[in-house]
Design a protein around this ligand. Sequence first.
Ligand SMILES: [Zn+2]
Ligand SMILES: [Zn+2]
Length: 730
Amino acid sequence: MEQRSGTVFRKHLPSASLFPAAGLTLWALTTGSMLVLSSIACTASARATSGTRRAALNAFLRPTLSSYLPSSLSSTSRALSISRSVSRTSQRFHGPPPSFAPRSPSHLGAAATSTEVRPTQAVKLPSNDQSPNLLRIRHTSAHVMAMAVQRLFPSVQVTIGPWIENGFYYDFDTGDTKFTEEDLSKIKKEMERIIKKRLPLRREEVTREEARKRIEAMQEPYKLEILDGIKTEPITIYHIGDEWWDLCAGPHVESTGDLPSNAIKLESLAGAYWRGDEKRAMLTRIYGTAWESKEQLKEYQRLMEEAKKRDHRVLGRKLDLFSIQEDAGGGLVFWHPKGATVRKIVEDFWKDEHERREYQLLYTPHMANLQLWKTSGHFDFYKEGMFDQMEVENEAFQIRPMNCPFHCLIFKDTLRSYRELPIRWAELGTVYRYERSGTLHGLMRVRGFTQDDAHIFCLPSQLQDEIRGVLDLVESILSKFGFVDYEVMLSTRPEKSVGSEEIWQAATEALVGALERKGWGYEVDEGGGAFYGPKIDIKIRDAIGRLWQCSTIQCDFNLPERFDLEYVADDGSKKRPIMVHRAIFGSIERFFGILVENTAGDFPLWMSPVQMRLLPVTDKAMDHAQDIKKRLSSAGFRVEVDPGSERLGKQIRNAEQARIPVMGIIGAKEVESGGVTVRTRLGGQLGLYGVEELASGLVSAVESTKELHEVLEKRDEEVKKEKEQEKEGV
Ligand SMILES: [Zn+2]
Ligand SMILES: [Zn+2]
């Protein structure tokens, strides 16, 4: 593990961390998942605190793709930071468990699918920031792995090897040697030998010249580059026994014997460019996972399996929700009818909630004169993440990477009075960003996505109420989808920032006040704010315990300045409004991916693309089925009819496999009575219902975001009770 290395992928990322002086992290509002960035952390001192900022369990999918995690860019910038500390002011907020998250499939036998998930964790998995010991284990494991590799393959050169969430990796230049999966077990065996020898880890401080001399003697050119990147002295070296050393600042365990051999596993191989530069050498990366105990490793592996079953890319195809068409290019999402139906439901709900809370909706163009993004500063700082400009009558136009400048223009369009404020403008704004193909991942990291964006322009005195309003909105929207367990982070003024001390203090107090009034616990990331203002980030916990960065609320003292936004104050003077950027989902695409993984494709009834499938048992039943379909469809339900060419058992299985929550069986009995036998995927067979009765049950279920069987069972019970009471009365 070397010092201050940076990451192999960092060049690809339009991250705030690359522009510390101007971290326009609104950019990060929705760019979404950045597993890679969590890997940066073995920089300089790799202090435990930086781990806090990375989403727990974010590397579940790492073995398959390293450029993906449920965390945000903003956490990235902090991962790079080495001097800040996190102070915990209070407990995290934990609500009741998600109402529909852990769903069990039908208990009706054959048709049950295999996506059942039990989120209960017998073993709690610590994160790097929670356990300094774990961090040492991972740190040391990386070195021991590199040492094992060089013992087995003396010509292989080592480069960087940071700890990451859930483990560690190391990049090697293997020359002509090509590592195979079998080599991984050989390397692990060698690691076990090193562990058994209980070799001490010894720290040594040397001068730059001495370090250079030693590295040159070893002929390790990458290490020389790493050494050049280290700006401070003395240079620290860690020895393992007397036979191996690397540049590192620690921390490590005292002896290799302190590593729990049965809690370490080498997971996968991947390619990575040195310094993330495709013009430079292609290196071989070995990922490993390391825990404090065998039990923890097992739990981690179990969760990995769960995550795999829920992979939104697999379910998206299986359930025909969306696709990425290689003919059209990577990172561009095609919403198929079923996915589009869910998206419409999500968007309609989002819009309605916003209007109820006195937001106004906007639509703005997908492209505009480049000048706008020069004014906003994005062109200076995020050019790499923007698509190339196109020429329109000798002027450069830009496909939009951000919506904010447009909202600023509308604000500026007329002279605003303080009486108009606060102004709340929301837009489902589709943006396009240049992402390298290697970093794309399903819906989680794409090139075109729709931000659920909004901007609030307000007076400083209104800020606290506005933030409180956003927190309420976040809760009401996210809880509707079953997300009620949040982790909240408040980030305060960084060293380099714009705006007066006064305004920073007032705004930070407003954020704190809003959080306290809301009663939400939060952590404080001192100095972790954007350069333009303090912010609140909210992560949601999914059904298998993973955290996803979704909502963000960011004060901005910069854009109003850059766009010269003003309002006329009550004394007639012109003043700048405070601008708040906020998103709740982050991006519609990514949130949809999270929804798919959270529900394992079992969308709750209210948002299920097909809510009910009618299963006609005989040809005669077909007419009755079509009639019921018509009636339910006109009442607003999404109903389809099975073509009826299969036997009932197969029809049921097909419906269950398509994750359709409600089935209506129609045979001779049903035709005669004019009703339908209702069966639900999660509640089993419920019995014969009249169509009106069924429709009213569906209405209550959808309105209460419950499942049909819950509603009908409750209703039946009430009817039974009433009857009993009547009897008693008589
Ligand atoms: Zn180290
Ligand atoms: Zn914005």
